[in-house]
Write a protein that binds this ligand. Structure first.
Ligand code: ZN
Length: 291
């Protein structure tokens, strides 16, 4: 199994940069330019950065730079009360349209937690079961549109610390149950994004990655879990600086047949405070040494 794992020590052709990693250091155009300087071949942009530059301009800039777009961040926040549900659906269809325009291979879905946090203005609820049922319905509604547009959906389970406000899908097993219930084609229109930060603690992770297989594994995100973690959202570590056995998880993912990009996604006040080039240099080095 270990022999199947790709060698990243001298080859960064499988590296992707999630633009959130350097979002405070510059706009999307500056990040595209920096990817070229650091020989990072793929980029996963966020909607607000694309909107800031303008969709067509962003799309052309990425294409001109020759960057691959393995994913687009993000759709989701699907949990809403009746008054906000239409807005959530429109927003998700727009996210699919944008992903298609950018040539993104998938749209990452962070599905939302309780309605009052997922879509502010919704009536407060404590019913996480209802939130989960709604997520299933809404993904089932969005999927045919995404398939028609040629965009795969990548459901990203988040660490349970985010269950209330960001995502009530919290384990890879739960995400795959949704995939199996909603998308029985086996064509991979609906799959998952495995982020080591959100999943490393799960005792069933190896089994669930094997269960997912190549058809459902749409994305693989890396960073590290720091101890202590000072903030659940903005204190992620550089790969190698924390406690996640990233090479082991990458081994599971690649043994399951995943041959896609390895996406660096670090939300960190520490790394946002460094220069763009410092942070990207550290990312490239950590990809070689710790992933
Ligand atoms: Zn992620």
């Amino acid at each position: 199994m270990e022999a199947a794992v790709r060698d990243f020590t001298t080859d960064q052709s499988c590296m992707a940069l999630n633009t959130v990693t350097v979002r405070k250091q510059g706009d999307l155009q500056a990040i595209i330019d920096a990817c070229l300087r650091h020989k990072i071949p793929a980029i996963v942009p966020w909607r607000e950065q694309v909107a800031e530059l303008g969709l067509r301009t962003a799309s052309r800039a990425i294409e001109r730079a020759g960057l691959v777009v393995p994913g687009y961040c993000r759709g989701g926040m699907m949990v809403a009360d009746e008054s906000r549900l239409g807005e959530a659906r429109d927003d998700n269809r727009r996210a699919v349209d944008e992903a298609a325009e950018l040539g993104a291979k998938c749209l990452v879905l962070v599905v939302g937690g309780l309605p009052q946090f997922s879509r502010p203005g919704s009536a407060p609820s404590k019913d996480i079961g209802a939130a989960r049922a709604l997520v299933a319905d809404e993904i089932a509604r969005l999927l045919p549109y995404a398939v028609k547009c040629g965009v795969r959906l990548a459901l990203e389970p988040l660490h349970p610390v985010h269950a209330a406000n960001r995502a009530c899908v919290n384990t890879l097993g739960q995400a795959l149950d949704l995939c199996d219930a909603i998308d029985q084609t086996g064509q991979g229109g609906l799959g998952v994004a495995v982020d080591v930060y959100h999943t490393w603690w799960d005792p069933d992770l190896a089994n669930q990655i094997a269960r997912a297989g190549a058809a459902r594994l749409h994305a693989f995100h890396v960073c590290d879990w720091l101890v202590p973690t000072r903030h659940p959202l903005t204190d992620r570590g550089m790969m190698g600086d924390g406690v996640i056995d990233i090479p082991r998880i990458r081994g599971w993912v690649e043994s399951a047949g995943y041959q896609g990009f390895c996406e660096v996604e670090i939300l960190s006040d520490v790394w946002w405070a460094r220069s763009m080039d410092d942070t990207l240099h550290a990312c490239v080095r950590a990809m070689r040494e710790a992933v």
